[in-house]
Design a protein around this ligand. Structure first.
Ligand SMILES: [Zn+2]
Ligand SMILES: [Zn+2]
Length: 613
């Protein structure tokens, strides 16, 4: 409640003091959204926007715009693709793919309506069907151009018996909301269905709601899940201190369709979609992993944020250099917090980090794309659709695992070089205080202001007491291998790299349509497969004279360096025979092991790191 009221008061103050807000047009008298769903099986949400314009704007065209993407996932999806039947009470002119313009012709009430097709259960898109409505506001609500900072009202008309819930619900049966601006409205994903459940808990006086909508069996695991979610909340609040809100909602969806999966962070909620049912093996653990990640975003990304993360320009792709912090550090802490919450043990955590190291160190893109470039390439990565054939698998690196390793190594270097006096936890808290809590508001959207990666470099160096500019130069703006050995040694650990039992993949990634038919999904650059003129899309007919199966690497392991392995592929209408000549072993395993001679000081540092105490 308090959080909500603070939001209502802020924009008024900012409108007075902020030059940015003054540059906008005079505020509209009111903007009201009506969301209806009269035919759920059509997957069509019905949106109506009623705008009251002041006298001085009654002859100025008003533009309504659908965002090209929405916060948290930076690929351009062009939500306007799914808009249909746009109508208004004045002449409508479509200006471009995302914008509709209305001539008010002297009217002071503009009434616009449209439908949006929505059939993706996802934190990024929306779904309406006969089971439920679940939406991400950015994929269904247009904004009025020039008036994103204006307050908005939302009324939802749900089918009889369907109940509405979101992270800004403050009373049962609520159907109307006031939001300080459009950005906050679309930051409020909403679930509407007859049969979701809610379990609550309180940590340090803040109330948490765990809303679950299951499309498959739960196996009696929901109560335990809620308890474990609470452990994660306690671990993360333990690091950051009390969160700013009074209430927070986990919207958990178990899709049981084996393909819908997503996790999306918001200011007072998260939307988590699991492809399986809660009763399925591994789904429980996977859900906790996503919860730990998304809840960490309460601080890192939603409030402490790179400068470009809000308010956003939804007419062009996002350009920020900070996603390796925003997402990568969140990945690191998501894993670490499962350990601090007692949900995985030390070995489990270290195994996971070793797997991330294997992924990064065996990816060609690691030596071609820096953490900052990866962030700038976000619109091409992270579920971005590609109509043209691209080489990104060989040239790019994801800011999630790359940033995760940067976070872990930075944490250990700071802990080690300061003999445990400082840590990345301290640096993140310093950043939160400086940029979120203490900085004057830089826009209507949110408290404080965003940071640049140079700011993190400065704050980290100040807290650590040594200069991190060389680290940033080598490992954030360039692609040099992280100093794993130094970092792990401080914790009495070492990274062990061994040749895999199946040391060759010859630069091929295969995709199996069925157990006996493999299509080449990717050919690495400068690999034996590329030398053999194999191509993405080739269907492998035989490898080493045998039918190809899922353990094809075992077939290759019978050969040695310099051997020639015959391969037959089908490409278009031709059958092509070629030979792959094995080069150096290419596949390695990584383990993070305890050093036999670890000192008690190193062990204490490790314990402090893993426990957060
Ligand atoms: Zn649902
Ligand atoms: Zn994230």
């Amino acid at each position: 409640m308090n959080d909500f009221h603070r939001w209502v008061i802020l924009p008024a103050l900012i409108a007075i003091f902020s030059g940015l807000a003054l540059a906008q047009e005079p505020p509209l008298r009111s903007i009201s959204y009506q969301l209806s769903m009269s035919r759920p099986t059509s997957h069509l949400f019905e949106v109506q926007i009623i705008v009251e314009v002041p006298e001085q704007l009654k002859d100025t065209p008003l533009q309504f715009q659908m965002p090209k993407w929405s916060p948290g996932r930076y690929a351009v999806f062009d939500f306007a693709k799914n808009v249909q039947e746009f109508r208004a009470n004045g002449p409508v002119k479509r200006i471009d793919e995302q914008t509709w313009s209305i001539a008010p012709q002297g009217k002071t009430i503009i009434d616009v309506s449209y439908k949006v097709f929505s059939n993706d259960l996802s934190g990024t898109f929306s779904q309406l069907d006969n089971r439920h409505a679940n939406y991400n506001g950015g994929s269904i609500f247009m904004y009025v151009v020039g008036h994103k900072p204006d307050p908005v009202k939302l009324s939802i008309h749900a089918p009889a018996g369907w109940r509405i819930v979101n992270g800004r619900t403050d009373r049962p049966g609520q159907t109307e909301w006031q939001f300080p601006n459009w950005d906050i409205m679309i930051d409020t994903p909403t679930e509407i269905a007859p049969d979701w459940t809610e379990d609550d808990f309180v940590v340090d006086g803040k109330k948490y709601h765990v809303v679950v909508h299951s499309f498959g069996p739960e196996g009696g695991r929901r109560a335990a899940l809620v308890k474990d979610v609470e452990k994660i909340v306690r671990a993360e609040v333990g690091m950051w201190g009390p969160p700013e809100f009074d209430e927070y909602t986990f919207l958990l969806h178990f899709a049981a369709d084996d393909h819908s999966g997503d996790g999306m962070e918001h200011l007072t909620s998260t939307q988590i979609i699991q492809p399986g049912a809660l009763a399925d093996p591994g789904v429980y653990e996977g859900t906790l992993g996503t919860v730990a990640h998304e809840f960490f975003h309460v601080w890192n990304v939603k409030r402490l944020r790179p400068q470009e993360l809000g308010p956003w320009d939804f007419t062009r792709p996002l350009a920020t250099r900070g996603l390796w912090v925003a997402e990568g550090f969140t990945n690191y802490y998501g894993h670490l917090m499962l350990r601090r919450a007692g949900l995985v043990d030390d070995k489990g955590f270290l195994r996971r980090e070793a797997d991330t190291i294997r992924g990064i160190e065996s990816a060609q893109g690691s030596r071609l794309m820096s953490a900052e470039e990866s962030s700038l390439s976000a619109p091409f990565l992270d579920d971005a659709p590609h109509a043209q054939i691209v080489n990104l698998e060989n040239t790019s690196i994801s800011y999630y695992p790359k940033g995760e390793l940067i976070g872990m190594v930075m944490d250990l270097l700071v802990r080690g070089r300061t003999k445990g006096k400082a840590s990345l936890d301290d640096i993140m808290r310093d950043m939160y205080e400086e940029f979120y809590l203490k900085n004057p508001n830089s826009s209507y959207y949110l408290r404080g202001r965003g940071y640049q990666t140079e700011d993190l470099e400065r704050v980290a160096s100040r807290r650590a007491g040594f200069d991190l500019s060389d680290f940033f130069k080598r490992h954030i703006r360039d692609v040099q291998v992280l100093p794993y050995d130094e970092a792990f040694a401080y914790a009495g650990l070492r990274l062990v790299k061994t040749q895999s039992e199946e040391p060759y993949d010859v630069g091929l990634s295969l995709q199996f349509e069925n157990p006996r038919e493999a299509t080449i999904r990717n050919v690495e650059n400068n690999s034996p497969a590329e030398d053999a003129a194999l191509q993405t899309g080739d269907v492998i007919v035989s490898l080493a004279g045998k039918e190809v199966t899922k353990d094809w690497r075992r077939t290759l392991a019978r050969f040695k360096r310099g051997d020639s392995v015959p391969v037959t592929v089908r490409r278009d209408r031709r059958t092509i025979k070629t030979n792959i000549v094995l080069g150096q072993p290419e596949r390695f395993d990584y383990k993070i092991e305890e050093k036999a001679d670890a000192t008690s000081e190193q062990k204490a540092l490790r314990a402090a790191w893993l426990s957060g105490k």
